[in-house]
Design a protein around this ligand. Sequence first.
Ligand SMILES: [Zn+2]
Length: 347
Amino acid sequence: MTTLLLLLLLALPAQAASDATSFVRWSSRQDLPAEHPARAEGYDFAAGLYQRLAAVAEAWPGRVSVERLGKSVDRRPIWAFTVRDPSVEVRRRVLVYAQLHALEWIGAEVAVALVEQLAPNPPPGVEVVIVPLANPDGRFYTEQDLLDGRVRSYRRANANGVDLNRDFAVHRENDNLWSKLPLTRRYYYASPAPLSQPETQAIDALAATGFDVTISLHAYGGYIYVPWAGRWTRTADHAEMMALGEVMAAGQPNRPYRVMQLCRWIFFFRALGTELDHMYATYGSNSYLIELTRSGIRPLRPRTWRDYFRWYNPVDPTPHVEDGVGALMALVRHLSAEEAGLVSAGD
Ligand SMILES: [Zn+2]
């Protein structure tokens, strides 16, 4: 029995180390395009993002661990990066996951920059788990579009054509008036079945391990959204989630985002089957969906009328990455200070 226990104890760190090692090896085999398309200047391709993550994992082996959560429809691995200060007991856990939507590259940029900023100086007592590319197949297809000059290809879904942001298990239906009217019923859709895709299953299984806060990164809009997305009513923890949302907004150096309940964005809007409602209702996490950037559809300079990549990914990502990372760092620092008794929950 003692021998078995000893073997188990020995196996745990070895497992973590081997995942990091296999990730570093895997990332070195990912092909970077020979020519980086000028349109994507300032943005890394997935292979480049993975190389940056491998560099961080190698530089901080005790603080950054790597786990393969599962595989996408096309068998691409979905990776998670955990950052923590190993000398301090973990009391709070934060999950940041990005790019459920194929074209929203800015979310992955923010997620990778967050790993890079956290690793040298992880706030004590808080463990942050980051999934930079939750829809690697969708991401791959958008990269091929850019390389082949297909500017007018609009992609949002995974390889099965499912919108992963509508594939979760909570608030999948709503039969209010707006869901029946011709002009507004288009918003009232969910995937064919809850958690029907390997990507959402991987995120859900990770979320089930228990997080105080979960944050899904999207674009565009400049909003920090709280639940519900699929119901007009307030949640029981609305005030607490709004307050923590304001902590994030206050940490944004350029243009702080607005904090609000998602479905109240406009009166007829509901988003059904979202990760936002799922994480709060199913796991009790304080749940957020951040719409990064204020890029969007512009008829004039820069004209982005049908330039879908630009809807989500502004020409210079730097200030938007700063605002995204600023919000997330502010949250993590706040939770760390709260644990140390430096601030109270209401501050
Ligand atoms: Zn999105």
